[in-house]
Ligand binder design. Structure first.
Ligand SMILES: *Cc1c(COP(=O)(O)O)cnc(C)c1O
Length: 358
């Protein structure tokens, strides 16, 4: 058995989808499963989410893994294709592509395709990363509409940069700008990531694109997943492999950068940066041991980290430890580390087995 593993609660995944569907009752769902479903196991997640309309991935290889696993639903490449030669694969595998650049438009219009391609034309409403600026959008739309290589109707998409900031007025302006560019005869319109799904109902439109919320993690710094009836899908677990008496004045770990001010007991947990637990986690980062939060002390090493259990603790070697998930939201851990929960769940290494629970 693996001592360090991530429990993936597929029931919670289903429930989170239902919660999101209730939040946006008039919208279809494109479940974002890029980056191995944010570390949760892409194929298993896609197989579990039977009720979604489509899946979203970032790369062609991700889409091909889903197709090879027998996933038949629409799959959208959220960044489009990067090599013109991939266009034939897209058509052959029935994959849909976001179109965000002039290069992509030229490639599609020039290609000799066996079938028309289904596309999502991207409007840049202010993220300024991918997409056509508003002043170019309508003419690009026209060009695509006149091409035999494009399946009609064309779907429209945009992406928010500040939807997780509830009092930031930019999102409302982006919604307005997008709606000005919706065409009478366009296909599905899509704006909302998780944060916009939860906080900006005007952005729901035809199809929402949740990622992180499906996995039961709050996209907001100051609101918990529970506030939205979302349950953590991933719980990263390990065990105590040593419990040591530790005297005042003694240090622990590489660099001896933490020294006990008083006598205590230290717990050694079998998880480290070799599992994807960030080495940058500072002293005080919370870890759940036997139902109580204890602080990390000393440096996180490759295979282990140490926690201060307290002098009067009774924790034993072999006891259960939770690094994040049920009982300790990943968002809370991420805040201590100076990152976001997205990064924590996505970065587990292959040493961590995913254990699926129905
Ligand atoms: C990753 C991604 C999403 C999902 O974002 P979350 O914040 O995880 O909900 C939605 N749309 C696009 C285009 C993305 O790249």
């Amino acid at each position: 058995m693996n001592i360090t593993y991530a429990v993936i609660d597929l029931n919670a995944l289903q429930q989170n989808l239902q919660s999101l569907q209730q939040t946006a009752p008039g919208s279809k769902v494109l479940a974002v499963v890029k980056a191995n479903a944010y570390g949760h196991g892409m194929v298993k997640v896609a197989e579990t989410l039977q009720d979604v309309h489509a899946f979203g991935v970032a790369r062609l290889n991700e889409a091909l893994i889903l197709r090879d696993a027998g996933i038949k639903k629409p799959i959208v490449l959220l960044e489009g294709f990067f090599n013109n030669s991939d266009l034939h694969t897209l058509v052959a595998k029935n994959l849909q592509s976001v179109v965000h650049s002039e290069q992509q438009v030229d490639a599609i219009l020039k290609a000799d395709l066996a079938k028309p391609l289904q596309v999502w034309l991207k409007l840049d409403t202010g993220m300024h990363r991918l997409g056509f600026p508003p002043e170019q959008f309508d003419s690009v739309y026209q060009r695509l509409q006149n091409s035999k290589n494009i399946q009609q109707p064309i779907n429209l998409i945009t992406h928010f940069n500040c939807a997780d900031e509830l009092d930031n007025p930019i999102t409302a302006l982006q919604i307005k700008l997008f709606k000005q560019h919706i065409k009478n005869n366009s296909g599905l319109n899509s704006l909302a990531n998780s944060a916009a799904t939860l906080a900006w109902p005007e952005a729901h439109s035809d199809i929402i694109r949740p990622g992180i919320a499906l996995y039961g993690v709050s996209p907001f710094a100051d609101k918990s997943a529970e506030d939205f009836q979302l349950k953590p899908v991933m719980t990263l677990k390990s065990r105590l492999i040593a419990v040591r008496e530790h005297q005042a004045g003694e240090s622990v770990g590489y660099g001896a950068n933490w020294t006990a001010k008083q006598d205590t007991k230290l717990g050694v947990v079998a998880v480290g940066y070799g599992d994807g637990y960030p080495r940058m986690a500072p002293e005080g980062t919370p870890v759940l041991v036997n139902g109580r939060l204890v602080p990390i002390v000393g440096r996180v090493s490759m295979d282990m980290l140490t926690v201060d259990l307290g002098l009067n603790s009774s924790d034993q070697v072999g006891d259960d430890v939770t690094l994040w998930g049920e009982g300790l939201p990943a968002t809370q851990v991420a805040k201590h580390i100076g990152t976001i929960a997205y990064e924590l769940v996505t970065k587990l290494t292959s040493r961590v087995a995913l254990q699926y629970r129905e």
